[in-house]
Design a protein around this ligand. Structure first.
Ligand code: ZN
Length: 161
């Protein structure tokens, strides 16, 4: 296969996996587990999955972010390794996970917009500085707070921090 064909195959694999992840209810289902197994990926244990759903950045549907990234990494590996530009497919995986975060996050309702507006109206300059500090500690991909300093990967989506 030439470089262009490898890139195309890798992109098709990414698209197919994202589509499968989006079809699941929040946290995945049996068909997602089957896909992970096919890719040779061990998913999170059930209690970990529940914790990601409860404490993670929030998703109203779809397989978990971290498992999606693992699945994508596994799927592109054979293509990526055969390519001269080995960064191209990993870059596409990064983008696919970011797009996925946007696709599965819970819809913002009018009431939550009002709540946010009221909350920011009450924000003093010192509290705003605090907010900026907090933002610096958040994952640029999924927005989860960075709580584990022993790892340079986001615990919820696997993004390099
Ligand atoms: Zn993250």
């Amino acid at each position: 296969m030439d470089e262009a064909a490898l890139l195309t195959k890798g992109r098709q694999a990414i698209a197919a996996i994202v589509e499968a992840a989006l079809r699941c209810p929040a946290g995945g289902d049996g068909s997602w587990d089957a896909l992970l197994a096919e890719l040779g990926v061990s998913g999170l244990a059930a209690p970990e999955r529940a914790r990601h759903l409860r404490e993670g950045p929030g998703q109203s549907r779809g397989a978990l972010l971290l498992e999606l990234r693992w699945a994508l990494d596994a799927a592109i590996a054979p293509f990526s390794q055969a390519m001269d530009d080995s960064w191209r497919l990993p870059n596409e995986v990064e983008q696919a996970v970011r797009d996925y975060v946007g696709a599965v996050k819970p819809k913002v309702t009018t009431s939550s917009i009002f709540a946010n507006a009221l909350a920011s109206a009450a924000t003093s300059p010192s509290r705003m500085t605090g907010a900026a500090d907090a933002a610096a500690q958040r994952c640029g991909c999924c927005g989860a707070p960075r709580s584990d300093r022993s790892s340079d990967l986001c615990r919820y989506c696997g993004e390099r921090l």
